[in-house]
Design a protein around this ligand. Structure first.
Ligand code: V47
Length: 392
């Protein structure tokens, strides 16, 4: 059993647990945040990552579609939402969503990631028709859609249970749930910056119900605002608990799904009500990605979402616990407002660039579908699929 090298003697018991593939404790998580042995933390996370995936590093061809930015909530950390009638507020007609999905499918995408604000007037049928339309037009696309908060919103507007809503969405074409809306599972943080949102127990109810119905899902953690390292570690442990429950239920055949991956999201303060906060440093980002890998020993994949981590840091993160960069994405604008100069509105990565980044980091690129099944393409078709189609 090879022991990952650490220079802080306080990390030795953790290194032993990591080498033996034993779960880490809350105190271990705190020690990892507190240590100045940064390379030690990186090596521990890399050990766990390579045990699970070797050099394999996943990416996908996908497209994000934000069908509306109108939201009944006003979370302080969010720079995406608008009130109806406010400048820049929009809701997409279903045809527009389908049109974007078709363009994505034509350019080789295997997934659309569809999320939006909690729109006060759209009816549940809008969401069902959207899924039906995308599925009919693009049967080859996996539809990963609607955060737990949107699902609860649908349950309220349709007066159905979460389970009934999920079943109806699945019948209409839903493939899996994205991980958004988790933020930090802690009442103090909740009350300070996203008070109008449902609490952690409801987020877990949705994902637990999805898993029991055989719908896979992702999980996130929004870090770098008002939360403490202890609250981050607590968040990760709560995710680990549900994953353990879902995996056990899968073995006992009461559930058919679990979390696919976890995505630590680096808070971008610009243009949000928390714009006075300093945001994360590269080291907090790297440590948090690494600690997520180490604490979540029962979640297969940790994603360095290049849009939020930045391309350079995501590449380094492939040696700090992460095994996935997400995908080609396109038009992801959740963290900025119109006209903002620092972050371009159109963000997109060419497949060949994703592969180059991964290879340069000494890893092996593996194209995956949403459920992490490897995708093999014929070379001619692959070349055609790498042609980018502009969105419009
Ligand atoms: O839920 C909001 C976060 C999330 C800010 O499941 C912010 O594969 C940073 O969940 N700075 C949405 N983050 C994004 C998301 C996601 C992304 C990529 C892949 C997947 C997946 C899921 O973005 C929100 C919120 O936690 N967010 N505002 C901000 N200012």
């Amino acid at each position: 059993m090879s022991l990952p090298r650490v220079s802080d003697p306080g990390l030795l018991p953790i290194a032993e647990k990591v080498a033996a593939a034993e779960p880490l404790s809350f105190e271990d998580g705190l020690a990892l945040y507190a240590t100045r042995d940064l390379h030690g933390v990186g090596r521990l996370a890399n050990h766990a990552r390579e045990r699970l995936h070797g050099d394999n590093t996943y990416y996908n061809r996908n497209r994000h579609i934000n069908y509306t930015n109108v939201c009944a909530l006003s979370c302080k950390f969010c720079s995406f939402y608008r009130k109806r009638g406010e400048e820049g507020a929009y809701e997409m007609p279903i045809e527009q969503v389908i049109h974007i999905a078709r363009q994505a499918a034509d350019s080789g995408a295997t997934e659309v990631h569809i999320v939006g604000g909690l729109h006060p007037w759209l009816k549940f049928d809008y969401y069902l028709d959207m899924l039906r339309g995308v599925r009919k037009e693009c049967p080859q696309l996996h539809i990963k859609a609607f955060t737990a908060i949107e699902i609860i919103h649908f349950s309220r507007i349709s007066r159905q249970s979460v389970s009934e809503v999920l079943v109806a969405l699945r019948e209409a074409g839903l493939g899996s749930l994205p991980g958004g809306g988790a933020e930090i599972f802690d009442d103090r943080v909740h009350d300070e910056i996203f008070k109008g949102k449902v609490r952690a127990d409801k987020w877990f109810d949705v994902h637990r119900t999805a898993h029991s119905l055989g719908i896979f899902s992702n999980a996130t953690m929004l870090y770098g605002h008002v939360e403490t390292p202890a609250e981050r570690v607590g968040h990760l442990l709560k995710l680990r608990e549900l994953q353990a429950e879902s995996l056990a239920a899968m073995q006992g055949k009461q559930a058919k799904a679990a979390f696919n991956c976890m995505i630590p999201l680096s808070f971008a303060p610009e243009q949000s009500e928390l714009g006075y906060l300093p945001g994360n440093t590269g080291l907090t980002d790297l440590k948090t990605l690494a600690i997520a890998r180490l604490m979540l020993d029962n979640v297969s994949h940790i994603k360095a979402f290049w849009i939020m981590q930045g391309v350079g840091l995501s590449q380094i993160a492939l040696s700090w616990g992460c095994d996935d960069l997400d995908g080609t994405v396109v038009w992801y604008d959740i963290t900025k407002r119109e006209g903002e100069q620092q972050r371009p509105t159109h963000q997109e990565m060419h497949v060949s660039d994703l592969k180059r980044l991964i290879r340069e980091a000494g890893r092996t690129p593996v194209e995956r579908d949403t459920l992490y099944r490897p995708i093999r393409r014929e070379s001619a078709a692959a070349a055609a699929a790498e042609q980018l189609v502009p969105v419009g």
